[in-house]
Design a binder for this molecule. Structure first.
Ligand code: ADP
Ligand code: MG
Length: 316
């Protein structure tokens, strides 16, 4: 049973008064006539998401950034955060660096830490985030429409290249430049959800999801879950040229932890979205189409391409 089967089997409680409950990047409930509150929680655990030697500064950054990503995916503005922290010992060095990274991320995205909980226990960092979403521009996974174009906000694969580095065969590893190694490390430790871009583009978008478990898996949540499918052109997916030269498409598409946004939009908005990407100096691109086929077809240089897995699953 993977995490999604588990949630479905045990926790798929019906929504009573929430405007949107389980199943999207964040839940939504009424704030006022024009806005929803969006709320979401994400956790990083020792030995699963980080290790004893992980740089606490970047852990502070990442634990908040992965939550901001879920609010961005709803078309929202992140506002408030609550931090639940479990640690074995209060070590000043670790805590001061962790707090510094958390503060830097909070400052960059204008988020206020308003509460939390501190416990002695197996190290774990859990953040609950609250944001505002304009009702007229909310980006729900189920608002994706047939024939929409599918877009990605930036490149995928850096984080996966970093954390799966040891499993890459020596002959491919040799071709990884120091510069790429550095970008891969930054991608893994310092995700940067594209808040400003999505805020400007949201009125042009139908549906969206953040890429946390890998593009291929997250794509299923906005297509197959809605009864649709997709045609994806791998040549168009923004990724470092190393992945192409080494034929490591699977790593880029299924590795995850990219914290970019996968979104769909009607074809008529193509030019406007491309102009916005340019304006923000982003490497995003249109990568395919939503189809009515109920399957996802990948194409590489005009030929069908098959993935052996689709993404990361806890317990998967
Ligand atoms: P994301 O990757 O966007 O954080 P997840 O894949 O973790 O979302 O979860 C999918 C959906 O299931 C989300 O709407 C999330 O709120 C919900 N969910 C996850 N775990 C639980 C749980 N234990 N109980 C209730 N809902 C859950
Ligand atoms: Mg998400």
């Amino acid at each position: 049973m993977n995490e999604f089967d588990l949630i479905n089997k045990y926790f798929n409680f019906p929504s009573i008064s929430a405007d949107l409950g389980i199943g999207d990047d964040a839940a939504l409930f009424n704030k006022n006539k024009n806005e929803f509150y969006a709320i979401s929680v994400d956790t990083l655990n020792l030995n699963h998401h980080f290790t004893k030697t992980s740089d606490p500064y970047y852990l502070g950054w990442k634990s908040l950034a992965v939550n901001i990503s879920d609010i961005v995916a709803m078309g929202g503005m992140p506002k408030y955060a609550l931090l639940s922290l479990s640690i074995l010992e209060p070590e000043d060095f670790w805590l001061s660096k962790f707090a510094k990274g958390l503060r830097a991320c909070a400052k960059k995205y204008n988020v206020e830490l308003i509460g939390g909980d501190t416990n002695k226990g197996s190290p774990s960092i859990s953040i609950t985030i609250i944001g505002d979403v304009l009702k007229k521009n909310v980006l729900r996974r189920d608002q994706v429409q047939i024939k929409d174009e599918i877009w990605l906000t930036n490149e995928v694969g850096y984080a996966a290249l970093h954390f799966q580095y040891d499993s890459i065969p020596q002959k491919n590893r040799q071709t990884i430049s120091n510069c790429l190694k550095k970008s891969a490390h930054q991608g893994f430790v310092k995700p940067m959800p594209p808040l400003d871009f999505i805020q400007k583009a949201k009125s042009l978008i139908h549906g969206a999801i953040d890429v946390s478990d890998g593009l291929a898996g997250d794509l299923q949540h906005i297509t197959l879950k809605n009864g649709f499918g997709a045609k994806i052109y791998i040549d168009k997916i923004p990724m470092h040229k190393w992945f192409r030269e080494n034929n490591f498409y699977e790593l880029a598409l299924t590795g995850g932890e990219d914290y970019q946004i996968l979104f769909t939009a009607p074809k008529k908005n193509n030019n406007k979205i491309n102009s916005l990407l340019k304006k923000f100096s982003m490497k995003g691109a249109m990568i395919g189409h939503v189809s009515n086929k109920k399957s996802i077809q990948y194409e590489l240089n005009g030929q069908p391409f098959y993935l052996s897995k689709d993404g990361f699953r806890h317990f998967g």
